[in-house]
Design a protein around this ligand. Structure first.
Ligand code: NAD
Length: 417
């Protein structure tokens, strides 16, 4: 799916939700486009002394409940349409979780893996200079996303503080703990998926102790999830990465596997497990399947092979609309991305609150307990909505978010009921 299709699909999802909820069409008219998108042309001095330019975007979708919030990615496939669609999904994700934010997203068209560090730093600083009037702790609060991390956020923060009237570090989240970041931010998305999975297992009458789990993708999200769910007593029996998959029905030793992956860069060849393809991983006899790698993985064809009663989405958009329909028709619970992987932005919110509280440190335990509450409440709200309206968890999450947004817009007088 290209960026333009992704944008139209996201618009259509919002349109259908507004219509189904019976809210005024003007609610859709406001939500169908971002409030604004800025394009920046970033000039950089390359290692050979030549000047190169990189295009970047920041999209601010709808600030119904508070300032814009969402990550910045550095990737060669970034497009304006993709960034705008992702900002719309951030509005919905923040609304599902009840965070006091609107949706934002940013991106720069570049491949940081092929650039030297000084070039990446100049891109990060140039991006912030181009956006300076849009950003602020009460305006728009960016965070890391694909190919960006706390180091890049450190440069962005420094550049912003050079030009901002006040030294307020809470303009970015995903900072190092040393610079006012929060404990547990890196693992937050995976831990949040584990909490959502625990709730889904309760609903489906599956005992989490010994429950069999398969995870596609063993990166930040997949590994964080696998470790968290194993701590809760489940058995991770299969994982995969770009090199292929591993399966051991008795459970994988995740610490040894992580050490193996660190040494070999891939999971392929790990002893003590059978090799499986990604297609085989989706069809394993497990209790929970977690796609945590890429979008568009569970097509209708793949959905027909899934044997897990629960699919909890770690990645953004891992199931196609046709795949989602097959899962629902087959009685498989799809815990959708905008609910399941919201732990990252929830803990970003805690980091922002920590900064607003004058930097008073939150303990890791406090972060985890508060995240548990946010994820559990959001899961239960979406699940009740799904039961009450006879719709899938995916549809329920979108309806629940759009309902909250439309009501907020009516309360603020943006939309006449
Ligand atoms: P990552 O780059 O750390 O990990 C991705 C993993 O997927 C790697 O193990 C990679 O080898 C694997 N992979 C890539 N192609 C694959 C393929 N064809 N088959 C199987 N495995 C493959 O990325 P991440 O940060 O873990 O993000 C994963 C997904 O989660 C993305 O969709 C991202 O948008 C989403 N997400 C991430 C966060 C976050 O906090 N990092 C938050 C919300 C959503």
């Amino acid at each position: 799916m290209n960026g333009a299709e992704f944008f139209r699909d996201t618009q259509e999802t919002i349109r259908m939700a507004v219509e189904r909820l019976g809210h005024p069409d003007s609610a859709y008219k406001i939500l169908r486009y971002p409030r604004r998108t800025l394009e920046v042309n970033i000039a950089v001095t390359m290692p050979n002394g030549s000047t190169e330019t990189f295009l970047g975007y920041r999209s601010q979708h709808a600030a119904v409940f508070g300032p814009y919030k969402g990550g910045v990615r550095f990737h060669p496939n970034v497009t304006k349409d993709e960034v705008e669609a992702l900002s719309m999904l951030m509005t919905l994700k923040n609304a599902v979780l009840g965070l006091p934010y609107g949706g934002g997203k940013g991106g720069v068209i570049c491949d940081p893996t092929a650039l030297d560090e000084s070039t990446v730093e100049q891109i990060a600083r140039g991006y912030v200079r181009g956006l300076k009037d849009m950003l602020g702790p009460h305006k728009d609060i960016p965070a890391p996303d694909v190919n960006t991390n706390s180091r890049i956020i450190g440069w962005m923060l420094d550049e912003f503080l050079k030009i901002a009237p006040e030294l307020d570090f809470s303009v970015f989240t995903g900072k190092t703990v040393n610079l006012g970041g929060i404990e547990g931010r890196t693992e937050a998305t995976g831990l949040g998926i584990a909490f959502a999975t625990r709730e889904a297992c309760k609903v489906r009458g599956i005992d989490l102790t010994g429950a069999r789990i398969a995870v596609q993708g063993f990166g930040n999200v997949g590994k964080g999830f696998a470790q968290s769910i194993a701590h809760m007593g489940a058995k991770v029996v299969a994982v995969s990465d770009i090199s292929g998959g591993l399966y051991n029905p008795n459970g994988l030793d995740l610490d040894t596997l992580s050490a193996y992956q660190a040494a070999n860069k891939v999971v392929r060849g790990f002893p003590g497990a059978d090799a499986v393809t990604n297609a085989e991983l989706f069809a394993l006899p497990v209790d929970v399947l977690v796609p945590a790698a890429l979008e568009g993985q569970i097509t209708a064809e793949v959905a027909n092979t899934v044997r897990a009663p629960i699919v909890a989405e770690g990645a953004n958009g891992p199931t196609t609309p046709e795949g989602a329909k097959v899962l629902f028709d087959r009685g498989i619970m799809q815990v959708p991305d905008i609910l399941a992987n919201g732990g990252g932005v929830a803990v970003s919110y805690f980091e922002w609150v920590q900064g607003r509280q004058g930097g008073l440190r939150w303990s890791l335990r406090a972060v985890e307990r508060r995240l548990d509450r946010y994820m559990t409440e959001a899961f239960q709200a979406v699940h009740s909505y799904s039961l009450g309206h006879g719709v899938s968890m995916r549809e329920a999450a979108f309806l629940f978010a759009v309902d909250r947004l439309a009501k907020g817009m009516i309360e603020r007088g943006w939309v006449r009921p």
